[in-house]
Design a protein around this ligand. Sequence first.
Ligand SMILES: Cc1ncc(COP(=O)(O)O)c(C=O)c1O
Length: 380
Amino acid sequence: MADGFETRAIHAGQPPDPATGAVVPPISLATTFAQHGVGEHQGYEYARTANPIRAALEACLADLEGARHGAAYASGLAAEDAILRLLRPGDHVVIPDDAYGGTYRLLAGVHEAAGVQWSAVDLTDLDALASAWRDETRMVWVETPTNPLLTVVDIAGVATFAHERGARVVVDNTFATPYLQRPLALGADVVVHSATKYLGGHSDVVGGFAATNDDEIAARLRFVQNAAGAVPSPFDCYLVLRGVKTLAVRMDRHCANAGAIAQMLAGHRSVASVRYPGLPSHPGHDVAAKQMRAYGGMVSFTLAGGEEAALRVVASTRLFTLAESLGAVESLIEHPARMTHASAAGSPLAVDPALVRLSVGLETVDDLVADLAAALDGLA
Ligand SMILES: Cc1ncc(COP(=O)(O)O)c(C=O)c1O
């Protein structure tokens, strides 16, 4: 019987160190590795190309995603950049119309200048995807649940559609993590992460990761990793690897706490709408129930009082810290239109200014509910 998720998160790619028996992979800071003769070495030559703790991290995360290959990068966006370099000038990629703002910025501000064409589409609607399709469409970029609207996209449905037309499917699995959702098993070709979020889990490391079962894609990702050199430091790899060991227990509690917050928000008079895939009222609830183990730790909502109310709420919580980023032990609150998604202003991906996004952490749930309720009551 195959080992379970928690077992693999703790042991995959990390046997006791053969040199010392250390149960934690040592951080090797070496930039270069001795060769017995020219080209004769133990798998490592130069640390940008490969190094032992990055290899451990890549093996562990690839295992958790059900992938044969994984490559770690200096940030989530560096991982995204490596994947987008699979495209050639003239190729077209479809992205979600509420993708993470940085994904949009990377495409519009970097890859478009290199000749890549793109369209932003509601990927919950296959007719819309069909309308946006071009002869040059080579890739569909899925994010699910999305940042910040928590839209849920049917990965298997999009994968079937794209594969019938010869395009590849990439899934940004940052919000769900491999504990809640495994895109490759659902038909995706590549899965990508900002490891800065739940994988690291403690707001103390920036990192990225991409995984695939396709040998050709893997070779290209590995080539770009080495050729462009956006690699994580050994210490950063250690921090992500340490975070991943507790991913399952953290995600269980993130989900439970977020569910309780979403319920409270849904019943509050100052709240116009709540976006949480675990609520039966969420348009993607059934798809989420089918493809996710549970519904995640992110909740977004709009205020009946519009942007002014949203700005007041984000400035008046005590436990929810006003800050960008997400996916760590402490709860965070932010205003996407002016913070994380400011780069999408004026574009088809611009965010409703009445929207507030929560990254629900692992504090005592009653304290979190009370904190948010007090901030909302203060609007009256
Ligand atoms: C869904 C998603 N993908 C990718 C990224 C980019 O990751 P990083 O900040 O590690 O470059 C983020 C960052 O917020 C994100 O939320």
